[in-house]
Write a protein that binds this ligand. Sequence first.
Ligand code: BDR
Ligand code: CA
Length: 311
Amino acid sequence: MPARPIIIDTDPGQDDAVAILVALASPAELEVLAVTTVAGNVPLALTSENARKIRDLAGRPEVPVYAGCPRPILRPLRTAEKVHGPTGLDGADLPPPRAPLAEGHAVDFIVEALRAHPEPVTLATMGPLTNVALALIKAPDIAGRVREIVMMGGAVRGGNVTPVAEFNVYVDPHAARVVFESGVPIVMHGLDVTHKVITTPERLAAIRAIGTPVAEAAAGLLAFYDRRDLERYGAPGGPLHDPCVIAYLLAPGLFAGRRVHVAVVTDEGPALGQTVADWWGTTGRAPNALVVDRVDADGFYALLTERLARL
Ligand code: BDR
Ligand code: CA
């Protein structure tokens, strides 16, 4: 099987960083055409710098990084330094990026890459969906060129920003709505699955025990990322969100879910940013997403650890 072409759209972020590392460690399965950045966990200048630091750490200087949108479509940007630290990559001391951003805007790159590639391209999204929504608005013809959008975003049973909304969807709910209404096949990894892959001390120790600079950095990032969640969720470790996207692309058999219709709430008020999943088919609306809610967590961490050891 030739490697599957993907574009990673992301707002690094420690969990984004680990996801990017795992993707770049897997060239036999995933051809990463580019990393595109968006404002989210931290402002765009930082997510764009962080993506390039991770590219350097992975030793993959040929993978271009394009900067995208500095703010959501309608709402003011809400960032998450309380979770990720002021840099977005607190927990690892990485040197400044060796190379600049690629020239051009991420939205234009996405449009051109989808049009130009001989086969449909997968969009692996790990942040607010601003870039992807604008690409679909700018060039509706690309919808048919997307193999699927495999995303981290949303929540069926409880949010992490509000009682019902997950961060990536909450930050740009209008973009998420454009994406869910686009007709492009979607695989949604929301909190319902990411809270089932807990970074326990044993799993973290297994990553650290690899003993390479990459593993040391990844373990540092994950340990920092965990620190609030241990208290907040009362679990033996924090949930690990964005790597679910890449693990699904590498080993879909680790995951299971249900094909349902998902609507995104864009009305101001307590439900803003909610992903309303029609679990029992009460609306009669055709499914627009595979909502993943089950995972083999040990298999997931074994895969992550094995891939990080390759870098
Ligand atoms: C999502 O929000 C960000 O903080 C993480 O990087 C992840 O993409 C989890 O809600
Ligand atoms: Ca993210």
